[in-house]
Design a binder for this molecule. Structure first.
Ligand code: S3P
Length: 454
């Protein structure tokens, strides 16, 4: 798009400040957009299959559109029809073409890390760029194992974007034990393995979201998963795979569903159903923890759609009690901590979290921003190096303030504080809601729908 703003303003991004205030009980039946993790993978694997796949329910957020644009620039044919069904004709594993320009992946860490893996085992050279948030996120976690495969990387001095990747053919099929619990790193190594000769092995001491493995199996790749004596999960993928096109239905994103669920739990008189939510057990830690806090959550219509568990969630306002979040639940609710901290701020008692160092390197430093924002609303809390300790209000309204919440290009910070607007005297000002477009473009419409009294 051509930037028509005066020269002086051209480097500035457009922002959109917003104000959220209490509007009484939330009610109604809603749906949230498609799962972000599954949507990225659907586009990527379909782009590598031989033939045409169809994808229904794809998240049409900026992050996934960035992945689609990148795959198009490397040769895949990707089109959307009027009913929002996407058709993807792949190039075959090993068939990626040299893109003509740098891949700008906006705010999306998942696009960047997964595509670095894919490029690593193709004979192409690709430059990766992104926005200020993405350009500050660590990439060594993927460039380290992918260098072992034979790919070479030139990153910015601190291991961040912009970065240039030179893929290699044949790439070495490596065995790699994950030093951080990260589905992105696991997926990057598996994607490199797809076009490597031999068997790539990824060992994950802690289970992370398993959408890549499930989808690879669905597309016909030879993937074997075993559990080592110490409980670690061992994933073996045979390279030089041939992927068969699939018809994929993407379920609603549990990470997006967490926002209306918490909103209903903390807003007196609320009664909401969120339909068609993905219930893959590597993702649903938040719902289990909210239930343990006394949240009135009920799963309806439990079913399987396209190899993933799905249900509708019926949620009613509840008196929440504080909790200490066990370490083993953390990976299955890693993206939900911002909105979980909002639930904790409204609970009775002291909620403790630890082992959350990864939150400091998400789209923003989520521990610091959540601590700062909640404090400005009068919440008593302590920020530790790897968690927050939050003294809940016991259900009492939070104290409004005239400060504006800083979101630092982080969609989940923006949405979490938008929800605090429901329970803050005088409401909450947020500096910028545009980051919400990355994962939940209809977020504000959804809130209005729940608030409408018809
Ligand atoms: C994702 C993995 C997680 C998560 C991110 C999406 C994925 O990141 O936070 O939002 O789709 O693989 P990590 O791999 O860094 O834990």
């Amino acid at each position: 798009m051509i930037d028509l703003r005066p020269k002086k303003q051209q480097s500035k991004r457009m922002t959109q400040a917003s104000f959220f205030k209490p509007v009484g009980p939330l009610s109604g039946k809603i749906r949230v957009p498609g799962d972000k993790s599954i949507s990225h993978r659907a586009i990527i694997f379909a782009s590598l299959a031989i033939g045409t796949s169809s994808i229904e329910g794809l998240l049409e957020g900026e992050d996934v559109l960035a992945t689609a644009a990148a795959m198009r620039s490397m040769g895949a044919d990707i089109v959307r029809d009027d009913d929002a069904v996407w058709s993807v004709t792949g190039v075959g594993v090993g068939g990626l073409m040299q893109p003509k320009a740098a891949l700008d992946l906006g705010n999306s860490g998942t696009s960047t890390r997964l595509l670095m893996g894919l490029v690593a085992s193709h004979d192409i050279m690709v430059t990766f760029t992104g926005d200020a948030s993405l350009s500050s996120r660590p990439m060594a976690r993927v460039t380290d194992p992918l260098s072992m495969c034979g790919a070479s990387f030139t990153t910015s001095p601190d291991g961040t974007l912009p970065a240039m990747v030179r893929g290699v053919v044949p790439a070495l099929a490596i065995t790699y034990e994950l030093p951080v619990a990260s589905a992105q790193v696991k997926s990057a190594v598996l994607l490199a393995g797809l076009n490597s000769a031999g068997v790539t092995t990824v060992i994950e001491p802690t289970l992370t979201r398993d959408h890549s493995e499930r989808m690879l199996i669905g597309f016909g790749a030879d993937v074997r998963i075993t559990i080592r004596e110490d409980g670690a999960r061992v994933i073996k993928l045979r390279g030089e795979a041939e992927l068969q096109p699939q018809n994929i239905t993407v379920p609603g994103d549990p990470s997006s569903a967490a926002f209306p669920v918490v909103a209903a739990l903390i807003t007196e008189g609320s009664d909401v159903v969120v339909e068609n939510v993905g219930m893959n057990s590597t993702r649903t830690g938040i719902f289990a923890i909210l239930k343990k806090m006394g949240g009135d959550l009920e799963l309806l219509n439990e079913r399987t759609v396209g190899g993933e568990d799905v249900a509708d969630i019926h949620v009613r306002h509840s008196k929440l009690k504080a909790i200490t979040v066990p370490a083993d639940v953390v990976p299955s609710m890693i993206d939900e901590f911002p909105i979980f901290f909002v639930a904790a701020a409204m609970a009775h008692g002291v909620t403790r979290t630890s082992g959350l160092d990864e939150l400091r390197v998400k789209e923003s430093d989520r521990l610091a921003l959540m601590a700062e924002g909640l404090k400005s609303l009068g919440v008593a809390l302590e920020e530790t190096p790897d968690g927050l300790i939050i003294m809940g209000s016991g259900g009492a309204m939070l104290r409004g303030s005239n400060t504006t919440i800083k979101t630092a290009l982080d969609h989940r910070i923006a949405m979490s504080f938008a929800i605090t607007g429901q329970v803050t005297d005088g409401g909450v000002h947020i500096d910028d809601m545009t980051p919400v477009r990355t994962s939940f473009p209809s977020f504000e419409d959804m809130l209005k729908e729940l608030q409408s009294k018809e």
